[in-house]
Each structure stands twice: as C-alpha cells, then as structure tokens.
Design a protein around this ligand. Structure first.
Ligand code: PMP
Length: 285
C-alpha cells in the first residue's frame, strides 16, 4: 500500500508518526473519511469543503486548494489501484517540541491512505441494535477533530451491551447524534434530525439525505428531539460515510416500530446507490 505523506507517496512500512507530532500528542488535527464507489468519488467536494471548515475552525494553517489535496487524492487512488473502498485523510498541526500553544510557524502533516470499506449490507437488511448514552463530549462536535476518546469509549459501551451503535443525549430532551453517525427519526411520515450546530458533526451523509428527501418529496424538520420522541418514533436510522444508511430496530432493548427496518428508511436506502456518481451536493442544508 502507498501512503500519501504531505506531497509524496511512501510505502506503508515507512509511514511512521513522529513522537512530537501534535496529532499524536494532543489530538491536534482533523480528518475525513471519503467513499470511492465503482471507480468514482462520492461527494468528494463536500468532504474537502468540510475539511477546510474543520481546519479553519481549529486554526490549523493549511489550505486544501493551495496544497492540491484533490489532485493528490486522485493520485492515491491511481497508485493503489482502488476501484471500491475509501480514503482516510488527516491533517495535524505538525511536529513541534511538546508545548500546548501553537508553534510559531505551523508545518502541518498530511497523511492519506486507502481504507477497505465494504457496503454494510447485512446491517442494512436486518437493522442494528443501539443503546443511548450520555453525551459527555466537548461542545465543538462540528469540528471533525482527531479527539475521539468520548466517541470510542461510547462505541465500546454499545458493543459491550450487545449493540453496534450508541445514540448520544445531552439531557432527556436533547438527543444529538450517534458515536460515529448522525441520527434521523421518522414521525408521522416526516423525517426529523438535529440542527447542524456545535453539538453534532454536520455529516456529509446527513446533508445528502436531506437533499434526497427534497428530491423524493419526503418532508423533513430540522429540530432537537427528546429521548422519549426517539424511542416512540415510527422509524429510526443512522447515517455516515461508512455506515451509509443503517436502519435502527431497537434502542435500549425497546423495539422501534415492528422491530424491522421501516418503509421510508428502505426507500431512502434504495435511492442511495443510484447517486454514487455525485461529487457535490446542490445546496447546503
Ligand atoms: N457524527 C459523528 C460523531 C461521526 O463520527 C460521523 C462519521 N465520521 C458522522 C456524524 C457522520 O458524518 P459523515 O456522514 O460525514 O461520515
């Protein structure tokens, strides 16, 4: 496997982290996971726009366009002969003697390498089991930061409980998102999902879904909902680049609907794969 390191390609074995890279020591960096289906990027431009957003918000001195990230990612796909799968890309604030303040001169480190992402067809057919968990993360979840300790601890909690995803809530009346996904409910034929604010990551798949709902004339509301509303919903599903759309069939051992994937969820899933040639969403939701 060839790995992109700044502007050059190196073998997997040579791709090692400097002990003083701030990403390694402080989680001082941002990342993206991008899908590549059947020889084409999926929503690449939206991922690159969000990457720039995360960089700007984290005040990491790196310009995605100036550094030709798109062209380098195309080279990465070509060098590794990828037809289906994805790419992991991260940019840290770079290497500097360990000290909290930003270094005077930032020299960010970029690495990107292929991910062997498969379509999660079993979960899509059967639906997934979930738990709810207190959202104890920081309040800038809109930045796709490397600091994922709260997310990984909570994902493990779900696995330990025999589930595969945890749905976060700040308090009883405020469900936010999943440990690695965005959450949607269907209530009386209307989709509902959390506003894109500092409490959640504005998922590219979330935005894709809202555009798809527009196209299919499925009404949606962007608003905060409670734990009670979540558990009483007709349908629930989660979205992410790697999960795509996964129906949720139980939450904390309580069945959602009749305990099988819902009709609207299945309709959205059917359309997902028709759209794999999209590189840019028409509008920002
Ligand atoms: N929220 C969190 C916390 C995530 O980790 C992810 C996936 N990275 C998402 C939402 C979904 O984002 P996207 O659709 O852009 O993959």
């Amino acid at each position: 496997m060839l790995v992109l390191h700044n502007q050059t390609f190196i073998d997997r074995d040579e791709a090692v982290v400097d002990i003083e890279d701030r990403g390694y020591q402080f989680g001082d960096g941002v990342y993206e996971v991008i899908r590549y289906y059947d020889g084409q990027w999926f929503l690449l431009d939206d991922h690159l726009d969000r990457l720039q957003y995360s960089l700007n918000e984290a005040e990491i001195d790196f310009d995605v366009q100036v550094n030709n990230v798109k062209a380098r990612l195309n080279d990465l796909i070509e060098h590794n002969h990828i037809q289906d799968g994805g790419v992991y890309l991260q940019i840290t604030r770079g290497v500097a003697p360990r000290n909290h303040p930003y270094p005077d001169k930032q020299a960010p480190t970029l690495i990107a390498y292929p991910l062997n992402l498969k379509r999660p067809l079993d979960d899509q057919q059967n639906g997934i089991h979930t738990i709810t968990a207190k959202d104890f993360r920081w309040l800038r979840c809109d930045i796709k930061s490397l600091n994922l300790l709260g997310n990984v601890m909570t994902k493990q909690k779900a696995l330990n409980a025999g589930a595969s995803e945890a749905i976060f809530y700040r308090d009883e009346i405020h469900v936010t998102e999943g440990s690695s996904t965005n959450v949607f409910i269907v209530r009386d034929g209307t989709l509902v999902t959390h506003p894109a604010d500092h409490y959640i990551l504005n998922g590219i798949t979330r935005r894709y879904l809202l555009n798809l709902a527009d196209k299919l004339n499925i009404p949606y509301q962007i608003e905060v909902f409670s734990l009670n509303t979540l558990k009483q919903a007709d349908e629930v599903f989660v979205t992410s680049t790697s999960a795509e759309i996964k129906p949720v069939v139980s939450i904390d051992d309580k069945k959602i609907g009749d305990g099988t994937p819902g009709t609207i969820t299945n309709t959205l899933l059917e359309h997902y794969f028709d759209d794999i040639n999209i590189t840019k969403l028409p509008e920002d939701v």
